[in-house]
Design a protein around this ligand. Structure first.
Ligand SMILES: [Cu+2]
Length: 120
């Protein structure tokens, strides 16, 4: 029985190390993205969740990401709904909720290479 438990633990550790991609959550609440600044690894996924009554938008200044979101119809995220995006390229990506820029509803995602994150 102990051998089985050890085998399973080793297997889980192996799977964890071979699947480094993580999922992060950003809340859209009180007319803000929380957190506003987030650093993730390349290959990680972000889930935005709208916890406000009003709808929010996620518009990246980066054209490629913006087109991806537009294709997936994430221009408008209604109350209680989520939008998910996987980041496959590194860089610093600013975005905003266009209808609420007056509330300074901006965010920045910094995507780093796996090795860069580990050496920090
Ligand atoms: Cu908004």
């Amino acid at each position: 029985m102990k051998v089985w438990a050890l085998t399973i633990i080793c297997l889980l550790l192996f799977l964890k190390s071979s699947l480094p991609a993580e999922t992060h959550r950003i809340e859209m609440i009180d007319m803000k993205f929380k957190p506003e600044y987030l650093t993730i690894k390349k290959g990680d996924t972000i889930i935005w969740e709208n916890r406000d009554e009003s709808s929010h938008a996620i518009t990246f200044f980066d054209e490629e990401l913006h087109n991806l979101l537009t294709t997936k119809r994430f221009k408008k995220v209604r109350h209680g709904k989520t939008a998910t995006l996987k980041f496959d390229k590194s860089g610093e990506f600013e975005y905003s909720c266009i209808p609420h820029t007056g509330f300074k509803m901006f965010g920045t995602i910094t995507v780093v290479e796996e090795s860069a994150k580990l050496s920090q």
